[in-house]
Design a protein around this ligand. Structure first.
Ligand SMILES: CC(C)(COP(=O)(O)OP(=O)(O)OC[C@H]1O[C@@H](n2cnc3c(N)ncnc32)[C@H](O)[C@@H]1OP(=O)(O)O)[C@@H](O)C(=O)NCCC(=O)NCCS
Ligand SMILES: CC(=O)OP(=O)(O)O
Length: 325
């Protein structure tokens, strides 16, 4: 079955509420209306209500009874409750005065709706940078027990081919422990997409063919990942060709059970991860859906600012599916 038909079946009728902080943006409200009409999620749009309505009218879109919330005109008693919950969660890191300012920001406000169980997930980043989109989630939603760093995965789709790439979005230069966690979380994320994970930890070296601190980091991460998840198929360090091409794998890594047929690719740091996914997308013709944030207590998804309505639609479906887990 098509990947998204399968995910749609999972979320249909579950009525998961997804908050979209960039409600005035046509790609967002168009996707939100489709998601609502298709019975896949219950959307909430944030922003200046008049602006959202005007933009929708300009685009010839009927918003119907979709919920619109402006953080600046949110009822005072509810806002005070949110401020209190935020200050409590931040445990002395932000004052009440800071909270009152921060929570007028749509990303902080939307993230608090998720934290306070008024929404099941959040999708943002069509206009905002990744930092502005995810920082509230890192500070408020936080990582699950046993996970120290959240990371961002893309599901890469072309025809029947599907792969998972990570971390393409968050950790600029992860250490070995963080990289190991990214590998384990990526294996878990792959299962959402019915990928039976075979995780390759990528490098410019295959099984010791080069020596450098960068390679040693990946080797250590492989060892730690195998200890963290002994039942997962995780191996490395592998160059991409050794990870992906059976004939190259035979030559470079004949002992590896992952080499030659990896489907989850863990990049050694963010430069290669972000560049790598965009090359596969723009030159390789793969659809890149994400980044899906892994390892958070509740689902929050970033979008590339280059995303189109269809990407928003699909990322929201994934976010709703994560909320069901
Ligand atoms: C994600 C990112 C914005 C966080 O940077 P930052 O806000 O400067 O982070 P800080 O170190 O100030 O940490 C802010 C909070 O987030 C937490 N945090 C930071 N990175 C985290 C991670 N990967 N996982 C979990 N928590 C994290 C910190 O612990 C801190 O929490 P606290 O306020 O409760 O103490 C930064 O790592 C970044 O810019 N990454 C690259 C994003 C990007 O441009 N990607 C390419 C496009 S997708
Ligand atoms: C994921 C990503 O690269 O996001 P953006 O294109 O918005 O920087």
């Amino acid at each position: 079955m098509d990947l998204f038909d399968n995910l749609k079946q999972k979320v249909a009728g579950a009525n998961k509420t997804i908050v979209f902080p960039e409600g005035q943006e046509p790609r967002i409200f168009r996707a939100a209306i489709r998601l609502k009409n298709d019975g896949l999620v219950v959307p909430i749009l944030l922003g200046k209500v008049d602006e959202i309505k005007q933009n929708a009218e300009n685009e010839g879109v009927d918003l119907g009874d979709i919920e619109l919330i402006d953080p600046n005109t949110y009822p005072e008693d509810k806002f005070a409750e949110m401020v209190e919950a935020f200050v409590e969660r931040r445990k002395g890191k932000n004052t009440k005065e800071q909270a009152e300012t921060m929570l007028r920001d749509v990303n902080y406000f939307g993230t608090m709706l998720v934290y306070m169980d008024k929404a099941d997930g959040l999708v943002s980043g069509a206009i905002h940078s990744t930092g502005d989109t995810v920082r509230p989630a890192l500070q408020i939603i936080k990582t699950k027990p046993g996970v120290s760093r959240t990371s961002g995965a893309f599901v890469m789709v072309k025809g029947d081919e599907r792969y998972l790439f990570a971390d393409c979005a968050i950790n600029i230069n992860p250490g070995a422990q963080e990289l190991a966690e990214i590998a384990v979380e990526s294996a878990n994320t792959a299962k959402i997409f019915d990928i039976d994970p075979q995780v390759a930890m990528l490098s410019f070296s295959t099984m010791g063919s080069a020596k450098s601190d960068e390679v040693t980091k990946v080797q250590e991460a492989v060892k730690l990942a195998k200890e963290l998840a002994p039942n997962e198929k995780i191996d490395g360090e592998l160059q991409f060709d050794a990870a992906f091409v059976p004939v190259v794998a035979k030559q470079k890594a004949p002992e590896s059970e992952v080499a030659g047929h990896a489907n989850v690719f863990v990049f050694p740091e963010l430069q290669s991860g972000n560049i790598g996914y965009k090359i596969a997308q723009r030159l390789g013709g793969f659809e890149a859906i994400g980044p899906v944030l892994q390892g958070l207590n509740k689902p929050v998804s970033d979008l590339s600012r280059g995303s189109v309505e269809e990407d928003v639609y699909k990322v929201a479906i994934i976010t709703a599916a994560q909320a069901l887990m």
